[in-house]
Design a protein around this ligand. Structure first.
Ligand SMILES: [Zn+2]
Length: 382
């Protein structure tokens, strides 16, 4: 049996996160719907009485909210507590994993835009990609639209929304302020896609999307910085589970912090930026020049990363750093050297030492982050 997800319920839920300053009655209702959904998302097989206890809402309110969620197709009754608990049997509830599809797009790979169809648990059901070698500006926007169209064509359920992880700085409205590699400046990509597909769309910086994925799909901590090592070096930061965006939407852009005064010339015009030490092209070049000393080269790169991370770790008492990138470079020698240098420079009796570890999400961090962006912005679930 399939039930249609009523768009008006999703619209009501969207109010919760639409940035409105004036609280309206339906905003409070959307907030309560999200609260109930979050509990069922975190722990299936709860009863209405469990939900009332966990949320502090009355049983009458919970019954009403659950009825709306069942009616929307997002939640279903899965059985009863007969035999499991003392007292009168009650219906158990769970989020329906096959209720909706989420379209996720990753624009961060060189020469390729990737797209996928996911369910609300982040399970991937289909994947596709378009070749964008040499395509920039409006031509690259056309490639994004082509990719989303392909993805929409592969969906088999109502579409909850479209999530996009893009290189560059992205503001709160999903406008890409600047993505030099794609020739994008002040590009309202979120609005463009929302208008074209008449669906909720969430566009975010790729590194920010990836750190959200660590939290949502890799059981990551609430306070974490995720550093991505690729053509350049970028990072996303979560504090208390919330994304740090920054004054110019450029939080986490650590690649052009100078850690080697008078070092190699960087593409940005400065000398000795972090990228000149630990970007994939920089590491590849060093290893080609001196293949016999791989361990030492990777350890030195780890120490350079540690130099850039230490003041950040100390300033915000950051406990966890996760690294993403090619595993051929992110070996134990790299990770251990970064962790040791951060410990050496920040150790104090006031705080615990921070850990530096490898992400378990592989190449899918940005796609999964795009899924999580849609869940956060449409259902208020993370
Ligand atoms: Zn630079």
């Amino acid at each position: 049996m399939t039930m249609e997800v009523r768009p008006q319920v999703l619209t009501a839920l969207e109010h919760r996160v639409s940035g409105r300053r004036i609280q309206r009655p339906q905003d409070g209702r959307a907030s309560n719907l999200s609260l109930v959904l979050q509990h069922l998302y975190d722990k299936p097989q709860l009863t209405r009485a469990d939900l009332a206890r966990k949320t502090g809402l009355t049983k009458v309110t919970i019954s009403d909210l659950v009825a709306e969620l069942i009616d929307s197709g997002l939640v279903e009754e899965t059985g009863t507590t007969t035999g499991r608990r003392p007292g009168k049997p009650a219906s158990t509830l769970a989020v329906r994993e096959d209720a909706v599809d989420i379209v996720a797009v990753d624009l961060s790979m060189p020469g390729t835009f990737r797209g996928g169809i996911f369910d609300i648990r982040g399970h991937q059901h289909a994947e596709t990609s378009v070749d964008v070698e040499g395509r920039t500006g409006a031509d690259a926007v056309a490639a994004v639209i082509d990719l989303v169209e392909l993805c929409v064509g592969m969906t088999t359920c109502p579409i909850l929304g479209i999530g996009v992880g893009s290189p560059g700085t992205v503001d709160a409205s999903g406008t890409i302020n600047s993505a030099p590699n794609l020739g994008w400046h002040d590009l309202p990509l979120q609005d463009t896609l929302a208008e074209r597909f008449s669906l909720p769309v969430a566009v975010q910086n790729d590194a920010n999307a990836a750190v959200i994925a660590e939290r949502s799909f890799a059981d990551g901590p609430r306070d974490v910085m995720r550093v991505q090592i690729s053509r350049g070096v970028g990072a996303g930061i979560l504090l208390n589970g919330s994304l740090v965006i920054g004054n110019s939407a450029a939080a986490g852009e650590i690649g052009h912090v100078v850690i080697d005064r008078g070092g190699a010339l960087c593409s940005c015009g400065k000398h000795g930026c972090l990228e000149t030490w630990i970007s994939v092209p920089a590491l590849r070049r060093r290893l080609q020049e001196d293949p016999a000393h791989k361990e030492e080269i990777l350890a030195e790169a780890g120490r350079r990363l540690g130099m850039a991370l230490s003041p950040i770790v100390a300033a915000i008492d950051l406990p966890n750093i996760v690294l993403g990138g090619p595993e051929e470079f992110l070996e134990k020698s790299f990770l251990d050297a970064a962790e040791a240098l951060v410990a050496e420079r920040t150790h104090s009796e006031f705080r615990r030492d921070s850990t530096v570890s490898l992400s378990t999400l592989g190449n899918d961090a940005v796609l999964l982050g795009a899924v999580s962006l849609v869940l956060r912005t449409t259902l208020g679930v993370s």
